[in-house]
Design a binder for this molecule. Structure first.
Ligand code: ZN
Length: 613
């Protein structure tokens, strides 16, 4: 297999990664700030350095070239970036300079073209011949893929969808024209329109979201207020979807694509945006063109569909959402009223509708959030219990891993992140490292490493194995959860393992012991200096005995105990509980989970609102 280094040159960050020629692998993803102010020579040197760093992470792979995505306008034939306001470049021979620096052949294209080509190749638009896409963010970029090739036009300007005129005497655009789509529907334009209305006296609670500092209103704040039911914010979002809908209708009438893919932060607005957008398109474009076209959000996570065979062969198998669904139920039951859950989870298209129905049962969900739908078949796991705690696990399906460029914008505003390795393929070590670097304290990172310890045989059977580069993983999270068997894979002396983990930077380790409860190891820190003081604190918390039934994860259905435990500990820590209290509560709810089958309705059961099934 041959490999290609891909580089995305942005105004804020440069990201490089090495991709298999058939798209089956994305390896060695590295990123650094662009530092535009250091000038073009320094930026080119940084691009070359990052591309080399990416190649260095894939020793033995045959890397044959480099592909560069840059803001434009640019000339693909000469490889020259003509003008970039964000980078301050004029006539910059980027392709040849990077090629010379690396000693590899290089190609250059517009970043939005690259993004949409990626969606056509491996993303939301996979399998379609004709695809048009928009990247909606600070600006609005576009890309056109016809018959499997990027359409560039006569001088590489094709696809500037953001600068289609939707009102010839309308708002002034940054490009100098009036009435461009970008002047209405980019993130800053949405915020500007909302602020203008407020200044003109609109009746809205929006100022309360920003302590009356209107300069702090962003498109995200407008979506948030719209989700909370603010009539004015809803009107701004509806207006935005109508304008975007008009733009998409134009695209459909001109190109007759099978898929229009819309990428970028705007997709987080979910149905509030997409439902009126789709109806506006239906109203405006020709029916035969609308009928063949799907309009999709273009972000590339893991809900697993479990089939669970109990020990009693007379009982039918339970089919339910696994893993993360238990954790979501645990979080939902434990979090205080003022917390919201934002799931960052990918679901295969085959099970997306069912997955979103499950999501609708949670109380603490950020309104309007949905799972991220991907075209790959969803992960499905068959569990066969041999004894109460020993089980055989087989996995099928292949939801792709998150990359840092996908994940970064989604976690930017979060207070905490609970990561559960349900499949073990959610994040690569590289992405976890970038996550750590991009998610500094006091924001909390909790990870249940579970399936990172599971190898996968050709038939999908999962086998327990030592975790490669375990110490590097320990450096990526504040709190780490393992079970007893996984802990044993790391060494014979649990205390030595814990000390090693804390040397890497993690603050505490929680080890679940099934029916016997859990053990924690905690680094004692000086609250002022955040330096380690004194020894490690450790204790075993016994699982409670409730209602006369010996609980813990020993009787009933133990599936999901670890997930409920971790979610509860995370929620407790977020609300300021000491680790020991958090672990005790985790054991209590995990024990309660045992008496309930499946994850649907589990949150209610954990709260004691439903009789045990
Ligand atoms: Zn414009």
């Amino acid at each position: 297999m041959r490999y290609i280094v891909g580089v995305d040159v942005g105004g804020t960050n440069i990201v490089a990664g090495t991709v298999a020629q058939d798209g089956s692998e994305v390896l060695g993803v590295v990123a650094e700030p662009t530092f535009v102010e250091q000038g073009p020579d320094a930026v080119v040197a940084r691009i070359v350095k990052l591309a080399r760093a990416s190649i260095a992470q894939v020793p033995g792979k045959q890397v044959v070239g480099v592909g560069i995505g840059s803001p434009g306008p640019l000339d693909t034939k000469s490889g020259v970036v003509l003008l970039t306001p964000n980078l301050g470049w004029v006539n910059m021979p980027l392709r040849d300079r990077v090629s010379a620096g690396l000693g590899l052949p290089a190609t250059l294209d517009n970043d939005a073209n690259c993004a949409i080509f990626g969606e056509w190749w491996l993303g939301a638009a996979r399998g379609a011949d004709h695809v048009v896409g928009l990247t909606v963010g600070t600006g609005i970029g576009g890309g056109i893929v016809l018959g499997g090739a990027i359409y560039h036009g006569a001088s590489d300007i094709a696809g500037e969808i953001g600068h289609m005129t939707i009102d010839s005497t309308g708002r002034l655009c940054k490009c100098g024209n009036y009435g461009c789509l970008e002047a209405y529907a980019s993130g800053p334009a949405i915020a500007a329109r909302a602020v203008e209305g407020i200044t003109a006296g609109a009746d809205t609670a929006l100022p309360q979201y920003v302590d009356s500092d209107l300069s702090k209103i962003t498109a995200q704040v407008v979506y948030e207020a719209a989700h909370d039911g603010d009539a004015y914010a809803l009107e701004v979002v509806r207006e935005t979807s109508k304008l975007l809908g008009a733009g998409v209708a134009n695209i459909i009438n001109i190109f007759n694509p099978q898929v229009v893919v819309i990428c970028g932060g705007v997709t987080l607005a979910g149905d509030t945006l997409f439902v009126p957008l789709r109806s506006e398109v239906k109203r405006r474009a020709f029916k035969p063109a609308v009928d063949v076209c799907r309009i999709l959000p273009g972000v590339l996570g893991s809900m697993v569909w479990d089939t669970i065979y109990g020990r009693d062969p007379a009982q039918p198998a339970v089919e339910e959402w696994g893993g993360i669904a238990y954790a979501l139920a645990g979080l939902d039951a434990t979090l205080g009223e003022d917390w919201q859950i934002l799931p960052i989870i990918k679901v295969g298209r085959d099970l997306a509708a069912q997955a979103n129905t499950f999501l609708g049962t949670l109380r603490h969900l950020t309104p309007g959030t949905r799972f991220v739908e991907v075209p790959e078949p969803n992960n499905r796991v068959t569990l066969r219990y041999e004894t109460s705690e020993r089980r055989c696990e087989q996995m099928r399906g292949g939801v792709p891993s998150w990359t840092w460029p996908e994940l970064g914008p989604l976690v930017a505003d979060l207070d905490a992140l609970y990561v559960n390795f349900i499949s073990g393929f959610e994040l690569t070590l590289e992405t976890a490292r970038l996550l750590r670097a991009g998610f500094p304290a006091p924001r909390l990172l909790y990870a249940d490493l579970h399936s990172l310890f599971l190898g996968k045989e050709p038939d999908g059977t999962r086998v327990l194995q030592p975790l490669p580069q375990a110490s590097a993983w320990f450096g990526c999270f504040d709190y780490i959860q393992l079970n007893e068997a996984e802990m044993r894979q790391l060494g014979d002396d649990p205390l030595a393992v814990a000390v090693g983990a804390m040397d890497q930077g993690c603050a505490a380790l929680c080890v679940t012991l099934g029916i016997r409860g859990a053990v924690y190891f905690e680094q004692i820190m000086d609250a002022k200096t955040q330096r380690r003081v004194g020894p490690i604190r450790t204790a075993r918390i016994a699982a409670p005995v409730a209602g006369g039934i010996p609980s813990g994860c020993g009787a009933g259905d133990p599936t999901g105990c670890g997930d409920v435990f971790g979610a509860t500990v995370t929620a407790q820590l977020l609300q300021g509980a000491p680790l020991e209290t958090a672990v005790r509560e985790g054991c209590r709810l995990a024990a309660r989970n045992v008496s309930y089958r499946g994850a649907t309705g589990l949150a209610q059961h954990l709260l004691g609102k439903l009789p045990g099934a």
